[in-house]
Design a protein around this ligand. Sequence first.
Ligand code: GLA
Length: 396
Amino acid sequence: MRFSWQYGAVVVASVLLLRVSTVPGQTTSSGLAQRPPMGWNSWNKFQCDVSEKLIRSIADAIVSTGMKDAGYEYVVVDDCWQTGRDREGNLLADPSRFPSGMKSLSDYIHGKGLKFGMYSDVGYQTCGGRTASRGHEFQDAETFAEWGVDYLKYDWCHSENLDAKGAYTTMSDALKQTGRPIVFSMCEWGSNKPWLWATGIANLWRTTGDIHDCWDCKTEFETGFVLLLDRNVNLASFAGPGHWNDPDMLEVGNGGMTTAEYRSHFSLWSILAAPLIAGNDVRSMTPEIRQILTNSEVIAVDQDPLGEQGERSWKQGDLEVWSRRLADGSRAVVLFNRGLKAARVTVGWEEIGYPSGLTADVRDLWEHREVGPQKGTYGATVESHSVVMVKITPKN
Ligand code: GLA
């Protein structure tokens, strides 16, 4: 049968309806994370230097910089907020850093129209050596619910002798039992291939170890952006509304990459339908960084309601084409140049599921301009370590 893009659009629309109405499991039927979660997390920039003062000022800046309007919603306090437990075993926040307590911080964040996220770990201790949830899962889930937590990132340090699926199911059940809708973010670094088993347990799962704010470097525990990207090839079929692959948080604006490299990082995370969790100091970001993080046309790709993760559709040496099917039958395409010199990269229609004779409108999502109708292919010169990102929409 000859492929028709109109037929493709009808199939896509039907799949979308089917997914929304029939996805099993409480996490999805409760409607959580139907789009990849967007927000901010303290770890990439501040590590253990967290406090209520910092988090409040970040929440203020998320509103004043337009990040909230762009879709960033969850403000997540990562590791090092805990000091221990009280005599009844309840988790305690560090009183010197969070003197008003977590409920008060949560109220402040909710008062800004944002949502509140926290962090714990499957072991007795977190990665930062703080008190974690092992043996207290149901009690901690209740505490989080009482504090008004909307999102829990749950780490995998000190997980010796634990079965990953079992440990994450325990906290997933504990969160569900509270009755409060809490997005569950598994941070198991892809060690046990969570994409094969975590749908229905969590709303998102890390597919890799930690990101480092660099193009392709490697440290003992962290890896640069393009190496993480490579580890996310071939995982697309496991993601969808309510259950996302998470290639780790954004480093955009943290200073280790060029503006072009950050644009590449943001574009490719959007093609991957990745959670967009900013990790920079949004109180002092430059206009260029703000423009990247709030580019509504690229964010619309990430948040596309079909929820289909994109794939690498072509690669030759340093040059690549990544593409993603969107709910309206169009395609988002990233022409990517990993090389050190500018190069021409071309996408052919057949590679993205269109007939070669089709005429389509092409719009540049970073330049915010119509390129004009193209037939069969679209090519552009892509600078070193850069992308050209377009939306390709068949003409009627
Ligand atoms: C692990 C996680 C990171 C961060 C730190 C906190 O390394 O993967 O994202 O949460 O722990 O200690």
